[in-house]
Design a protein around this ligand. Structure first.
Ligand code: HEC
Length: 111
């Protein structure tokens, strides 16, 4: 193989490696944040606890246009009736800042 092709192949492998690593990093920090902000007292990624599994949430809102805004308001205000009779308590801005909540919701919707 000419040297130039070898260099390109090496660069491509490095790029794939970095992409993989950054996906892992985001997944990991999502779980850490969930613990830090208390979401994991009631939620898990793959199973229903007190609240729905985040994978089920992702599936339910996959094609809903205003999902980001809807979920933001819902998690802030709390509420019940979508997944059952158990209410989610409000998650105030003192508990989790806007920016962090939006990041977490994007992570949930990517599951
Ligand atoms: C006290 C337990 C509890 C905590 C703490 C909690 N949740 Fe929930 N969550 C619930 C319950 C119960 C529901 C189902 C509400 C319903 O049926 O409408 C829910 C629903 C949701 C939904 C789906 C909303 C919908 O209308 O489909 C999302 C997204 C969500 N929670 C995210 C979070 C995030 C992010 C946090 C942390 C900031 C959090 N929750 C903290 C109990 C909790």
């Amino acid at each position: 193989m000419p040297l130039r092709n070898q260099v390109i192949a090496k660069l491509a492998r490095t790029a794939v490696l970095f992409a993989t690593l950054s996906v892992c990093a985001v997944g990991h920090s999502g779980e850490e944040q969930m613990t830090r902000y208390g979401c994991y007292s009631c939620h898990r990624v793959a199973e229903k606890l007190i609240g729905p599994a985040f994978r089920d949430v992702a599936a339910r809102y996959k094609s809903r246009q205003d999902a980001a805004e809807y979920l933001f308001q819902k998690v802030r205000a709390g509420g019940e009736g979508v997944w059952g009779d158990v209410p989610m308590i409000p998650n105030t801005v003192e508990k989790i800042p806007d920016e962090e909540l939006r990041t977490l919701l994007a992570w949930i919707r990517s599951l």
